[in-house]
Unconditional design. Structure first.
Length: 305
C-alpha cells in the first residue's frame, strides 16, 4: 500500500476523535493497516474498502484536505511508522500516532537533552538555564524545551544565540503561537531548528495538552535537566515521565530544598549535580550510555507494506 494513503487514513482516524491516540496506534499495529482500521471504525466492515464508500470517503477527503494545507504551509506530517518520524518516540507508551513539524527533522535521539523549569522562574533560574543551554550548544548537543515562558524561553534563546540546535515540543497545534509573546521565537526555532507538535495543526492549548507535551518531550530527549520546579509544575511532571520512560533526570543540588526533589534524588536514574562542570559530566555519561543503533530504537513498530 502507498504510505501516503495510509497516512491519510491515519489522519482520518484522528480527525474523527472516536478514541484516544494511543488506541489508534495499537489498532493500526494490530491490523497492519490504517486503512483497514478506518474501514472497521467508520464502515463496519472487515475488508479493505472502496474509496468512494461513505462515510469513509468523507474522512479521507477531510484528511487529504488537511494534508494538502500542511504541504502548502510548509508543515511536515510524520506517521509513526515512517522513517522521518522521531525514532525515540516509538520507545514510549504515549507515542503519538502522528507528529507535525516545522523546521529540520534530524536524528536527535543520541544528542539531545531537555532543559525545563518554571514559567515564573527566578533571575537566578533563568541565568542557570541560559548557561546550561549555551554549554550544551557549544558541545554540539541539541537543546529541547517546551517554548513556555520562563526557563523554556531562556533555554531556547540561549541555544540559538550560541549557534546551536534547539527543538521546541509545543502544547498546541503547529499553527498556533503560545504564549503569544514567543511568536518570533517560535518562528526563529522553525528556521534554525525544529518545532514539533503531536496535536492537530489548529488545536488550542488545553489543561491536558501540556502534560501530554511533557510526555513527548521526555521521550524525544535522551535526558531531562530540571532547572527550577514547584510541587505541581510541568517540569516535575516531566521528571516523573522521564523516569517512567527510562530517561535519566539531572537535578541541581540547590533544588534539594524541595521535598519532591529530595524524594526523586534517591531514585535510580537521577543525577544530582553541584555546578555546570558536574552537570556536563553527567550529560556526557548519559549520552555515552545511550549510544544505540537506529534498529534498536525502531524495535518492532515498523509496519510491513
Amino acid at each position: 500500500m502507498r504510505q501516503s494513503e495510509e497516512r491519510a487514513a491515519l489522519l482520518g482516524l484522528l480527525l474523527g476523535r472516536r478514541f484516544g491516540w494511543t488506541r489508534v496506534v495499537e489498532d493500526v499495529l494490530e491490523a497492519n493497516s490504517a486503512q483497514q482500521v478506518l474501514k472497521n471504525t467508520l464502515g463496519g466492515g472487515e475488508t479493505l474498502f472502496d474509496l468512494d464508500e461513505e462515510p469513509v470517503s468523507r474522512a479521507l477527503a477531510e484528511a487529504n484536505d488537511l494534508l494538502a494545507r500542511c504541504v502548502d504551509d510548509g508543515v511536515g506530517v510524520h506517521a509513526f511508522w515512517e522513517e522521518s518520524y522521531p525514532a525515540q518516540l516509538r520507545d514510549i507508551h504515549e507515542m503519538p500516532a502522528l507528529v507535525f513539524t516545522r523546521g529540520t527533522v534530524l536524528p536527535d535521539e543520541r544528542r539531545s537533552i531537555a532543559v525545563v523549569g518554571s514559567r515564573k522562574a527566578s533571575e537566578r533560574g533563568l541565568a542557570i538555564a541560559r548557561s546550561i543551554a549555551t554549554e550544551l550548544s557549544r558541545q554540539g548537543i541539541t537543546v529541547v524545551s517546551g517554548l513556555a515562558a520562563g526557563v523554556d524561553t531562556a533555554a531556547h534563546t540561549a541555544a540559538l544565540r550560541a549557534g546551536g540546535r534547539t527543538v521546541a515540543v509545543i502544547g498546541t497545534g503547529i499553527n498556533r503561537h503560545y504564549p503569544s509573546q514567543n511568536r518570533q521565537l517560535q518562528e526563529d526555532i522553525a528556521s534554525e531548528g525544529l518545532v514539533l507538535s503531536q496535536f492537530l495543526p489548529d488545536s488550542a492549548p488545553t489543561r491536558q495538552s501540556f502534560p501530554m507535551r511533557n510526555a513527548v518531550m521526555s521521550g524525544y530527549a535522551a535526558a531531562t535537566i530540571v532547572v527550577e520546579a514547584g510541587e505541581r509544575s510541568g517540569a516535575r511532571i516531566q521528571a516523573r515521565m522521564a523516569l517512567k520512560h527510562g530517561r535519566p533526570v539531572i537535578l541541581p543540588r540547590d533544588l534539594l530544598s524541595n521535598a519532591w526533589v529530595r524524594d526523586y534524588a534517591r531514585r535510580p536514574g537521577v543525577h544530582v549535580v553541584g555546578g555546570i562542570d558536574e552537570l556536563m559530566e553527567a550529560v556526557h555519561a548519559i549520552l555515552a550510555a545511550a549510544e544505540v543503533t537506529p534498529e534498536e530504537l525502531v524495535k518492532d513498530t515498523e509496519l510491513v507494506w
